[in-house]
Write a protein that binds this ligand. Sequence first.
Ligand SMILES: Nc1ncnc2c1ncn2[C@@H]1O[C@H](COP(=O)(O)OP(=O)(O)O)[C@@H](O)[C@H]1O
Ligand SMILES: [Mg+2]
Length: 569
Amino acid sequence: MICLSKIKVAIVGGGHRGSSVYRVLREVDNVQIIGLADINPASPGMILARRDKIFTTDDFTELVVNPKIHVIVEATGISEVQRKIYEIKSSDAAVMEAMAGNFFMTILQAKEELLEVKKLKGELGAILNSVQEAIEVADNTGLIKYINPAFTRVTGIPEAVRVGKNIFEASPHGALAQALIKQKPVVGYRSKVGGSGVEVISNAAPILVEGQVEGAVVVFQPITDILKLMDELQKSTTIIENLYAKIDQITGSKFTFDDLTGNCKVFLGTVEMAKKAAKSESPVLLVGESGTGKELFAHAIHQASNRRGKPFIKVSCASVPEELLESELFGHEKGSFTGAVRTKLGKVELAKGGTLFLDEIGEMNPYLQGKFLRLLQDRQFERVGGSETIKADVRIITATNVELKSLVRKGRFREELYFLLNVIELNMPPLRHRREDIPVLVEHFIGKLNRKLGKKVKNVDPDALQLLASYDWPGNIRELENVIERAMVTVDSDIFGRQHLSPYIGQFNAGATNVYTEIVPLDKMEQMMLKAALNRFGETLEGKKKASQALNISLATLYNKLKKYKASM
Ligand SMILES: Nc1ncnc2c1ncn2[C@@H]1O[C@H](COP(=O)(O)OP(=O)(O)O)[C@@H](O)[C@H]1O
Ligand SMILES: [Mg+2]
């Protein structure tokens, strides 16, 4: 059969085999597909042919009788169809059976796979050309087969120079050579690209074909790009962190003198003095046991001062680890110590224009006392690791529950600093010295807790009040507030009664009578005692130390127990 024109082909069957024959033959120049037949119009071959505007029919006899056809491909495998084709076809037409496994089909399939690979190669090429990362591929002998345009951009080495060289000579210490030698992926590898000196971070991996290493591929980026990105990230992070700190602090001052409850003479005297202090810029020293309202007063003074619109910032000298306190207060420059990966503003700077409240000032170490003294005297300071002198604009309020005078006597607190801090000294009376205020405080807290807990308590049973008034309150107002809060949770009428306090009665009477009105599980009792101790001594480090002494356990045991009961306390 000699054809000068194109070979005209008809395909019978549009299923898996027929469509694969169709796909291959339509790519062959010398072949013209006349039509495709299948009784199923939705078969893949029919869909393809319709899309290509090739003749389709559900009746194959209509197709194969065409006398112009040179070859009929029988792709149904149905013997009846085959018989019919031989019966009606023109005598010139050859019939080829597209049967799985026969010679004709094997060649067609190989050809089809090749077409697939070509398509894939085209797609891959487009991807490799457009990525920002540099890519290099070598075969298993180290021969460099491919580099992408980004490779040339990053290293300055043109394709003509690189491709065809051997990687073991060109970049023997690079990730690509390593991946070939080790036959394993190499991740985050830092090296210089041979022939260019550009420092890069690479990831490389062997290319496996049916379990055999056929080569390797490396993807890399110059370090300068990465460092630039990291630098930018760091700058933004610093800004964000500082903003967060500011937001945190600015919204930090929430109490005013109106929030201070109490009518007794000593208390009102303290309030009067505090109001006067608020009008001045002088440092204020608040002295009193834990839970007496020192922090509340600091807030109120700030709110009543000219600095009210500015930040109120609190630093507790006891709860920040000693080695971090300096940087917490004064900030640090990038790189000034391990872990100082970026410049950080200290609380003194964050409080600019506002008030800095230093709680438990007695805990400050002598070195920091010196630096702090300078802040008070010269109104300036340096960040940790910094040489620039920064002007400080803060009003200082300090608080202590230990007598600073006694620390001065013991040589643990600098006398000059003490004199600078206590220009105005406010003494917070302990609650047991102002028992007459207990009823108003109870009323105040019940009102507050009604709102918080959604309760409707209107009255307090005189019995309950009497019990509360007779207790010593070593944990002061904080302890009172906590006891009321826990009792309130169990109140479901509008009267707060003695029975609501009963779980804590034992606690109140423990020292005096050792009588417990109720039997409670021991672990429950343990929790109660832990809570009571913390209420009494406070949750600061100092408070926890005292609590552990009172409970006759070590500090470590106290921490363990707190951890254990964390969820339920
Ligand atoms: N005069 C007061 N009126 C109302 N609540 C108070 C008063 N004094 C203290 N409190 C409350 O008691 C708790 C402890 O007060 P805080 O100022 O933290 O004490 P301190 O700093 O002395 O340990 C806080 O919850 C506070 O709101
Ligand atoms: Mg406090």
